[in-house]
Design a protein around this ligand. Structure first.
Ligand code: IPD
Ligand code: CA
Ligand code: CA
Ligand code: CA
Length: 261
C-alpha cells in the first residue's frame, strides 16, 4: 500500500475522517442548529457544514492543486484530481441520535476513484481502499461474502428525500419484499456500501444518489471483490441514477428480482 501513488492522499483522508468524527461527536454532545434544504425532511445541521469546512481546509492545504466536491459547498477547482466528500452521511439518523452515520471521502483522478475512506463516526470503524490495493476495515483486509442464494441474502436500500415526487424505488422495494427478500433501510448509503464490502450485507441498491454518497463505497466494494453496476448490469459510473452493489454472486439474480414483477 505504501508504494501506491495515492497513499499520501489516503493518509490525509484518514486524518480528515478523524476530524469529522470529532466534529460529529462534539455537536452531538453540545447540541446543534439545524435547517432544511430541498424539503422538510432534507435536514442539514451545523455538524454537516462544519465537518465539510474542516475536511476541505485540511485536504486543500495538503494538496493545493486538487479540486473539491462536497455535498454542502458545491464544487471548487479542477476535476483532474479532486476530493469527493460527504461530510455527514446519514444526517437524519444523526439528528435523531440513531447511531448509523458517518463520513465519506474519495479521491477521483481523471474520472477514476483511486482512494476511498468511509468512517462510521458513531462506532469509530474505518473502512478504506486504494485502487489495486485491496479494502480494509481498521487495518484488516475485508472481502465480500460467498453467499450465492438471493433468498436469505441480507440487502439494503434507501430513498431520496423527494421519494413522494420520485417514487421509482418504491416499485423495486415492493418487488423485493414480495419475493421474501431480506431488505433493510439503514439510512446512510456510504456505510451501506462499506457493509457490502465488509461482508455484513450481500447487496445494496438505490436510485438517485449523488457522487459524494457513493464514490468511496463503490471503490470499497470493488476492492473487496464485489460488483457495482447500474440497474441494467452496465458498469457503474459516478452520476448514474441507479447503483447496484453486491458480492457478485447474487448480482444477476438481484437485478432480475428488481426489474421483473
Ligand atoms: C442520504 C443517505 C440515505 C440515502 C439518501 C441520501 P445524507 O444522505 O445516504 O441513506 O437514502 O438518498 O441522500 O443526506 O444523509 O448525506
Ligand atoms: Ca449522503
Ligand atoms: Ca451528507
Ligand atoms: Ca444531506
Amino acid at each position: 500500500m505504501k508504494g501506491h501513488p495515492f497513499f499520501p492522499h489516503l493518509m490525509a483522508m484518514l486524518e480528515a475522517a478523524d476530524l469529522a468524527r470529532g466534529i460529529h461527536a462534539y455537536y452531538l454532545a453540545k447540541g446543534f442548529t439545524q435547517g432544511t434544504k430541498s424539503g422538510p425532511t432534507d435536514l442539514v445541521t451545523q455538524a454537516d457544514r462544519e465537518a465539510e469546512a474542516a475536511i476541505k481546509d485540511l485536504l486543500l492545504s495538503r494538496f493545493p492543486e486538487a479540486g473539491f466536491l462536497g455535498e454542502e459547498g458545491g464544487s471548487e477547482g479542477g476535476k483532474a484530481l479532486r476530493f469527493v466528500v460527504d461530510p455527514l452521511d446519514g444526517t437524519v439518523n444523526y439528528a435523531h441520535g440513531f447511531p448509523f452515520y458517518g463520513v465519506s471521502l474519495a479521491l477521483e483522478v481523471e474520472g477514476v476513484v483511486q482512494a476511498g475512506v468511509v468512517m462510521d463516526t458513531a462506532r469509530g470503524e474505518v473502512f478504506y481502499a486504494l485502487r489495486g490495493g485491496g479494502a480494509y476495515l481498521d487495518g484488516r483486509p475485508i472481502r465480500v461474502t460467498e453467499r450465492a442464494e438471493l433468498l436469505g441474502s441480507l440487502l439494503a436500500t434507501g430513498f431520496p428525500y423527494d421519494v413522494a415526487q420520485d417514487p421509482e424505488n418504491l416499485t423495486y422495494f415492493a418487488r423485493a419484499l414480495r419475493r421474501g427478500l431480506l431488505v433493510r433501510r439503514p439510512g446512510a448509503a456510504a456505510l451501506d456500501l462499506a457493509y457490502v464490502a465488509a461482508g455484513r450485507l450481500e447487496g445494496f441498491w438505490e436510485v438517485k444518489l449523488n457522487p459524494w454518497d457513493v464514490a468511496a463505497g463503490w471503490l470499497l466494494v470493488e476492492e473487496a471483490g464485489g460488483r457495482v453496476t447500474d440497474l441494467e448490469g452496465r458498469p457503474y459510473a459516478l452520476g448514474h441514477r441507479y447503483i447496484v452493489a453486491t458480492n457478485g454472486h447474487i448480482h444477476e439474480a438481484l437485478l432480475r428480482a428488481l426489474l421483473q414483477d
